[in-house]
Design a protein around this ligand. Sequence first.
Ligand code: ZN
Ligand code: ZN
Length: 210
Amino acid sequence: MIEVKNYVLLPGYETNTWLVYDANSRQGILIDPAAPSDELLNQISELHLSISHIVNTHGHGDHIGGNSFFAEGLGALIAIHELDAPMLRDERRNFSIYFNTPIRSKAADQLLRDGDFISIGKHLLTVIHTPGHTPGGICLYHDRLLFSGDTLFEQSIGRTDLPGGSHDRIVQSIRHRLYILPDETVVYPGHGPKTSIRIEKRINPFVSGD
Ligand SMILES: [Zn+2]
Ligand SMILES: [Zn+2]
């Protein structure tokens, strides 16, 4: 059974960090650690979890600020889509230099591509490449759970005005890669509250389901 816990580690950005683990094997991954947090590190240890990967849904500064801290503290590998990997080491490309403290993460240990799998115990999460917010944006899907990064939000979509963004591509990604998932799929986004594919297909004002 997969458990999902939410943490907001970066005040002002409200980026969702997701701790995802298998309650039986105690294996898990950490998605988008926004900032270092001793408290979260302690909780992971109290839960007796072994975290194999830190997965970044994309390379923006507000999703990678805790990478180095948690990679070291947990002995975990950093995984990101190959097209966003260069953003990790470059505070200009990840835009952190323009917004807050410049952020430079450790380099990626694993480069992801569409269709790759990340395992959590005996469960496999599928990497879905969803460009648009960034060129190498990904979502992770497993059995009616979707981690949608900054691609799909509750009644909204990720911004596409930053360099590398494309409105046409994000609409295509959502329509052709996410709206084909089962309606009852629960969506855990990079910002804001969770939602479902059914709800977004019906009422998302930016990308309709027809
Ligand atoms: Zn972003
Ligand atoms: Zn974000």
